[in-house]
Design a protein around this ligand. Structure first.
Ligand code: NAP
Length: 614
């Protein structure tokens, strides 16, 4: 135990730091000491600062909360639980899954895991190592462990909450004692998460009641990357400064460049972070739902102590552009539809996933009419959730602004026009209007601290968004490492997002390589001589083809310490890009498939292969 200066409580510092502290503070006057204390507090509050943990508390007296999070929701909930436990004087440590010391697992006594599931049942990137370790033969026996798992997922995917389920089952197989049932949160996260967290907190208090409460607990770092009063629960009303179409007239896409003001909010972000937007549903869609059901828009509906007109519930408080399984189930009963009932059978998971991802509430109501009262409808629909957009700017360049790259989802369904909630909300706003936003930090998607490192940015479609911020930051900070961008979209002529900016940066020697994959260009149509005619997917050119073509060069960059980033579609693109990366590593590094996997896994552990995909 470190020795404390006489008369003071034992500080949570190693011995050599206590000595350093004594030397540092010796002879300082009051202003000097105050400055030092403020400096240290500032460091503790910085994003990425190690959370305070009761590291020296015996495992038997401590709660460990481990989270795996792709978009920040699992992290937010884990932080909430840790703060609550800490506030009650429990010894708690909060760890992102990739910083969990695996060798400590066998000694763990009380463990909560909060973890999301991606796309086809994959763990979030930061939990890949932990999940593999637990699945593997080297996983230890966990005879003294008591645990509980909260999974986060999206029930429109067949593998709903697969990661949470697997971990929950595996911890039990290894000998752990499940304290209470696994929580499986859907997109309306809080419905399941809030009671699970409450139970977790009460159970932890019960389990640790014989352990001495901590005499003093250093505060855990705050959840947001910012010292600002604005948060997910209390969003900032950001003024819209610009809303410009990026795609040409001939494009089948309507991609917008959106600029929002953070002036006066105190909000700040780093390249790689996301902006959360609380949308409102398209008024035309709300009207269509009301008319389809023959309901009165002004009917007052109460939920808890909130009493609002039905139109407000549907416009601002409930999801009507995304369908969920529980609603479909209730609607099937009301509509007495054998077809819908069949869709809900376990062997129909794929078909159900297709319906849930392609149909909206209105499609369902039109195809399978049924009566709903205002109260029942509001109770059955999920609460509206905010949408996250990767920020497409760096504050070093744009100051108190956040830029976004938004694909406006709008299409004609058999029953009329349909829109995506947030992308339509953003695209339909005019300059001067205000929108509720917050910052969602993403510590896993960061530029290298070492400015001499090269970076490779792979971002097809709107996945290019964060890389505009990355490049702005690299230019502003005078980073000497090279920057390589791989971008793809259907047509060079209409869909080359931020074309002028990339080309100017290329000319100025700030962007060192730009590789393009315009998937639907004919050889004569695009700027590159080697693009092949689009004649079905087999002939399309995607970014991963460029990766393979440039394999030798890419491998040389990796061997030289480059960081690789992937942003965009998680289900197909990110998977195919990973396969191409593995191939390049195997081919040019002389590895077999397993060694290539280890190589990439190692890069990921080092934070040199990071993905922002969903
Ligand atoms: P997209 O549909 O992903 O298409 C972009 C380009 O990628 C097109 O040329 C497309 O070709 C091609 N592509 C299709 N399948 C591919 C595959 N398997 N591998 C590689 N390339 C493939 O672009 P988007 O509509 O702009 O969507 C981007 C995705 O990124 C969305 O899923 C979005 O949720 C996600 N995302 C966006 C942000 C953001 O901040 N905006 C951040 C993170 C993730 P074809 O269409 O010709 O087949």
């Amino acid at each position: 135990m470190p020795s404390a200066p006489a008369g003071l409580p034992v500080p949570p510092l190693p011995e050599n730091k206590v000595d350093l502290l004594a030397r540092l503070t010796e002879g300082l006057d009051a202003p000097g000491l105050w400055w030092l204390s403020g400096y240290a507090a500032g460091l503790a509050a910085r994003p990425g600062a190690r959370p305070a943990v009761a590291a020296d508390v015996a495992a038997s007296a401590r709660l460990s909360i481990v989270y795996g999070s792709q978009t920040g929701n699992a992290r937010r909930l884990a932080e909430q639980l840790a703060r609550q436990a800490e506030g009650a004087g429990l010894a708690v440590r909060l760890l992102r899954a990739d910083s969990y010391p695996l060798r400590e697992l066998k000694d763990e006594r009380l463990l909560y895991i909060v973890i999301s599931t991606q796309g086809d049942g994959d763990p979030p990137d930061d939990a890949r190592g932990l999940v593999e370790h637990l699945r593997g033969k080297r996983a230890p026996a966990l005879k003294q462990l008591k645990f509980a798992v909260l999974g986060l997922g999206d029930s429109s995917y067949p593998q709903f909450n697969a990661t949470g389920r697997q971990l929950d089952q595996r911890l039990a197989e290894l000998g752990g004692q499940r304290l209470f049932e696994r929580g499986e949160a859907d997109l309306d996260i809080e419905t399941v998460a809030t009671p699970w967290l409450e139970r977790a907190f009460e159970t932890a208090k019960e389990q640790l009641k014989s352990a001495a409460p901590l005499a003093s607990v250093t505060p855990l770092r705050p959840g947001a990357a910012v010292a600002s009063p604005w948060s997910r629960e209390k969003p900032w009303a950001a003024e819209l400064l610009a809303n410009q179409r990026l795609t040409g007239r001939g494009s089948r896409k309507d991609v917008r460049h959106i600029e929002l003001s953070l002036e006066g909010s105190g909000l700040s972000y780093q390249p790689g972070d996301a902006l959360g937007v609380w949308p409102q549903n398209p008024p035309a869609l709300v009207d269509a739902v009301l008319s389809e059901l023959g309901l009165d828009a002004t009917a007052d509906v109460s939920v808890g102590d909130q009493r609002l007109p039905l139109r407000t519930w549907l416009g601002e408080k409930r999801e009507i552009t995304r369908l969920a399984r529980p609603f479909l189930q209730r609607h099937a009963e009301r509509a007495h539809s054998a077809e819908l009932a069949r869709l809900l059978q376990p062997d129909q998971a794929e078909s159900l996933a297709r319906v849930l991802s392609s149909q909206q509430l209105l499609d369902l109501l039109q195809a399978y009419p049924a009566a709903w009262s205002p109260e029942e409808l509001v109770a059955a629909l999920r609460p509206l959730a905010p949408r996250l957009y990767s920020i497409a700017s760096a504050q070093a360049t744009v100051g108190p602004e956040a830029h976004l790259t938004v694909d406006h989802v709008a299409y004609d369904a058999p029953g009329g026009r349909r829109w995506g909630a947030a992308s339509h909300f953003l695209s339909a706003r005019a300059e001067g209007e205000h929108l509720p936003v917050f910052i969602e930090s993403n510590d896993r998607f960061r530029l290298p601290k070492d400015h001499t490192r090269d970076i490779v940015m792979i971002g097809p479609g709107t996945g290019v968004a964060p890389f505009r911020g990355f490049l702005q930051e690299r230019i502003a900070s005078g980073a000497s490492g090279r920057n390589w961008l791989l971008f793809g979209n259907p047509h060079a002529r209409h869909d080359f997002l931020y074309q002028v900016e990339w080309q100017q940066a290329l000319k100025a020697g700030q962007l060192h390589r730009l590789d393009l994959a315009f998937s639907r260009d004919t050889p004569a149509g695009g700027p590159q001589g080697d693009v092949r005619a689009a004649a079905g997917d087999a002939h399309k050119v995607y970014v991963q083809q460029r990766l393979r073509e440039q394999g030798r060069e890419l491998h040389a960059w990796l061997e030289n310490g480059a960081h690789v980033y992937v942003c965009g579609d998680a289900t197909r693109m990110a998977r195919d890009v990973e396969a191409a990366l593995l191939e390049v590593v195997a081919r040019h590094g002389g590895h077999d498939a397993d060694a290539a996997k280890d190589y990439l896994g190692h890069l990921q552990q080092q934070g040199r292969y990071a993905r922002d995909v969903y």
